[in-house]
Design a binder for this molecule. Structure first.
Ligand code: PLP
Length: 421
């Protein structure tokens, strides 16, 4: 008898970025020139000071188990960091270490959700939110983010969720937002705080792009009076300090919630590697200048990329309030060519040209609300970003190639034109 998987495992969905990355790498290995705008990783090396601190920590023997909550010096340094940067009134006891920010999606769901509970997710959304909600047998309730509203959360829909859902238990908030680049403004956070203050609703405030805010300043729900007791704010070293492969992040919340997240960390992964945490301490204390230089480069790249995209007929792209993603609407192009945005992304990579391709993601990778959009990260050098846009404009004009592509890949034919509102 063939062994069977659980119903959760059988239906689990994964981050499409990694699937497209694998296709891009295969094409590159076969000699294709692929401009890679699919993955949300930093092109910069980890700052040398941080690498040195990690190596020294290994050499000094920090290579054994450590506390599940994290090393005391790491927790204290992280508390100092968010106090300094965002005015969060927190100490070491408000911090738990994690292997990046993603793991807190799972732990947050384990901490607060029972089967059948409702979780409001603003969509398009980061693809691993829903599998982590499903893992607990809870329900994701989607609220659409609109380009016309600069992809800010719709508080009327939050109110409706609280009023009408049979068991409203949590909200996933993500600012700066992946994939749209939208940011949640202080007035949005204050409105949200008022709505949930007297409820049993907990919030995962996913903040991996906290250093990539291009308009105004980064704000966290956890900084609003009374919100720390119901908010888990998740931070990562992946983006700000170019440390995605080190797997390091932390969460900030009330001491009681942090104790619970520590228990759940213990049951799932024991602890985060101590030498990685010590590298993180060096990052927060000694690498902020380098971080800020890199962030400034990202700002220029993303602004230039958006300017170029907006010169292409059929594209409308907002300058993101934060993050290193451009999220252009390509709906008129898809309607003209009769292709879905997911199909358009695959066409740019595989079908538009034999020798060259652009790897990016169709907005559907982030839920149906993303249909009609593409997501492009700006990790490549500037001249490659410029080449990518020229290539795209040209590829959109080659209707013969699009038709040939759709003959082979009919699943990407657009059944019904996208709304152009
Ligand atoms: C919205 C969002 N949350 C979480 C993560 C996970 O980051 P980490 O590498 O810290 O696990 C990412 C990474 O791309 C992200 O975009």
């Amino acid at each position: 008898m063939t062994i069977s998987f659980s119903s959760f495992a059988s239906s689990v969905t994964v981050e499409t970025a990694f699937t497209v990355l694998a296709i891009a790498k295969r094409l590159i290995a076969n000699g294709k020139d692929v401009i890679e705008l699919e993955i949300g990783d930093s092109p910069f090396p980890t700052p040398q000071r941080v690498v040195d601190a990690g190596v020294q920590a290994i050499q000094a023997g920090n290579t054994h188990y450590g506390p599940s909550l994290g090393l005391t010096e790491f927790r204290a340094a992280a508390a100092d960091y968010v106090r300094r940067e965002y005015g969060l009134e927190v100490q070491a006891e408000n911090v738990v270490a994690g292997p990046g920010a993603k793991n807190f999606e799972q732990l947050f769901c384990e901490a607060f959700l029972n089967p059948g509970d409702g979780v409001l997710v603003f969509s398009p959304h980061f693809p691993t939110y829903v599998p982590n909600i499903d893992r607990r047998g809870a329900r994701a309730v989607l609220s659409s983010l609109k380009q016309a509203n600069e992809f800010r959360p719709n508080l009327e829909e939050v109110e409706q969720f609280i009023r009408e859902d049979p068991s409203p238990r949590a909200i996933f908030l993500n600012s700066p937002h992946n994939p749209t680049g939208g940011i949640t403004l202080q007035e949005d956070l204050e409105g949200l705080a008022e709505l949930i203050r007297d409820t049993n609703i907990a919030v995962l405030s996913d903040e991996p792009y906290d250093r990539m805010v291009w308009s105004g300043e980064h704000r966290s729900l956890a900084a609003i009076p009374g919100m720390l007791d119901r908010t888990v704010a998740a931070y990562t070293f992946s983006k700000s300090f170019s440390m995605s492969g080190w797997r390091l992040g932390f969460a900030v919340s009330s001491p009681a919630i942090i104790e619970m997240l520590g228990k759940l960390t213990n049951s799932a992964l024991s602890c985060v590697a101590p030498f990685t945490q010590l590298a993180g301490v060096a990052a927060m204390q000694e690498a902020c200048d380098e971080r800020d230089r890199q962030m400034e480069e990202f700002r220029h790249k993303v602004v230039r990329l958006v300017e170029r995209l907006n010169r292409v007929e059929g594209i409308t792209c907002l300058v993101p309030g934060g993050s290193f993603y451009a999220f252009p609407s390509v709906a008129p192009i898809c309607n003209r060519l009769g292709i879905t945005s997911q199909g358009l992304a695959i066409y740019l990579l595989e079908g538009a040209d034999e020798d060259r391709g652009v790897a990016c993601l169709g907005g559907e990778s982030f839920g149906e609300a993303g249909a009609g959009f593409l997501r492009l990260s700006c990790a490549e050098p500037d001249e490659r970003l410029a080449e990518a846009v020229t290539f795209m404009a040209d590829a959109f004009g080659r209707t013969d190639r699009v038709e040939k592509f759709l003959e082979d890949r009919s699943e990407f034919r657009l059944a019904k034109p996208y709304d152009l509102d």
